[in-house]
Design a protein around this ligand. Structure first.
Ligand SMILES: [Zn+2]
Length: 440
């Protein structure tokens, strides 16, 4: 049975859950939908104020330029909020990365805007679990850690991005830069299951837009002259779907295009998402897609231009990652919290960090559930029929923050990774996929 040392027990005892909860409630009341730049700026200012409690430098990071494909097939520059980076002891011999995101999936005009205490065990509100609760955990754990003598030997960067919910396209390069040379990383997404089970291995994810150019014609007078882009897009969707296997799912999600009923449509945009389980599945997709697009171009006499790529590479459970999960499990055991993990079909910034060769546990945040819905909550929800008295609201947050602290304490004893695997591997993959450009 693992036990806390007296020094660890003293650090844990100093964590006060009440201000953490108040923070989450206040932050949840600010709308930070990924597209709400005003709300994100307001949230960034509050986070900078809160993280000023730590030593080190706080700096906003400009979002990278990201182009998206409009329904007419043209490329438009997307607007993103700034990200926040806190750097503490950058010259320390051991350095760690902690990450979270301030954005939520709820846009400024979504009806779900206000946090509500449902009962003494449950706080409902936008981002309470995913993942403003996790940001409060990061801060509380680091403040406690800073009081320990071990802190002098450990440096860390904290990165809170503003675009995780749309795939971290404007923060991917920043994440890769910050991951470089770190011993380990912890990301504060909510637990995979409400009981605290963590996400272990993750598959990858890629988003694509196939822009198809055909030829317009009168649908009655000379339909044979037309090259129907909507039909070609539909055929492409069917062929992509037929490529699915146990290690690769493909979701054709939307087709834009066409116009009047009496015109053969000359343009269409097919959008689809892929979920490769491992890198071999991702490579198989790359190869097969090349052939399928060539077939569509030849058979429908259209031009296809494929945009996008795999922006979340698959995250296998490497030996280094297993070691890090082991530390988190041991920290949990010392606190009386059994910690387990399971494979997840979801993706997050942990995928990008792992692609840099840095071990990461990416569900270190609060317990909660119903994320991405108006029922999102944090803290432990008692079963309605439970005869046991429901726990007081702050307790689950305290338990998870103490686990985080304890894990952080143990992680801080890890040596730095032998040398960063080339962080650009993920971006190289992205580049290659994006470069599948077919306009001729
Ligand atoms: Zn999240």
């Amino acid at each position: 049975m693992q036990q806390l040392s007296p020094a660890e027990a003293a650090l844990v005892a100093a964590i006060d859950p009440a201000p953490m909860l108040a923070q989450v409630e206040a932050w949840s009341a600010i709308n930070t939908g990924t597209g709400n730049l005003g709300g994100l700026a307001e949230q960034t200012a509050l986070l900078a104020e809160a993280f000023a409690a730590l030593p080190g430098e706080i700096e906003p990071a400009e979002p990278a330029q990201v182009e998206t494909v409009a329904p007419d097939g043209s490329l438009v520059a997307g607007a993103h909020g700034r990200h926040l980076v806190v750097r503490v002891r950058p010259m320390a011999p051991r350095r760690l990365l902690l990450t979270g995101h301030m954005d939520t999936v709820f846009a400024a005009d979504h009806p779900f805007q206000t946090p509500t205490r449902l009962d003494e065990a449950t706080l409902n509100g936008p981002g309470t679990a995913d993942m403003k609760g996790g940001i409060a955990v990061i801060l509380a754990a680091l403040r406690a850690f800073e009081a320990s003598p071990a802190a002098a030997q450990v440096g860390y960067d904290v990165m809170i991005n503003s675009d995780e919910e749309t795939g971290s396209l404007s923060s991917a390069a920043l994440i890769a830069e910050l991951a470089r040379g770190k011993a380990a990383a912890l990301t504060y997404e909510p637990s995979a299951l409400p009981d605290g089970t963590l996400a272990g291995a993750r598959g990858g994810s890629g988003n694509f837009s196939a822009v198809i150019a055909g030829r317009a014609a009168h649908a009655g007078r000379n339909p044979g002259w037309g090259r129907n882009a909507v039909v070609a897009a539909s055929d492409l969707a069917l062929r992509l779907k037929a490529m699915e296997s146990a290690g690769l799912t493909i979701n054709p999600a939307r087709i834009d295009g066409g116009g009047a009923n009496n015109v053969v449509p000359d343009h269409a945009v097919l959008r689809f998402n892929i979920r490769p389980r491992g890198s071999a599945d991702a490579e198989r997709f790359d190869r097969a897609t090349y052939g399928i697009i060539s077939e569509i171009e030849a058979e429908h006499e259209v031009k296809v231009h494929l945009h996008g790529g795999i922006t979340r590479p698959p995250k296998p459970l490497t030996p280094a990652a297993e070691q890090l999960f082991g530390l988190v499990r041991d920290a949990g055991a010392a606190l009386g919290q059994p910690i387990a993990w399971q494979t997840s079909g979801g993706v997050c910034d942990g995928n990008n960090i792992a692609a840099c060769g840095v071990p990461v546990v990416d569900t270190m945040g609060v317990r909660g559930g119903a994320i991405h819905s108006s029922d999102e909550y944090t803290a432990r929800r008692s079963p309605p029929s439970s005869p046991a008295r429901p726990p007081r609201l702050p307790e689950p947050m305290k338990r998870i923050s103490t686990n985080c602290l304890s894990s952080f304490w143990k992680t801080s004893k890890l040596p730095n990774s032998a040398g960063p695997r080339n962080c650009s591997r993920a971006s190289a993959r992205r580049g290659r996929s994006t470069a599948i450009a077919w306009r001729r």
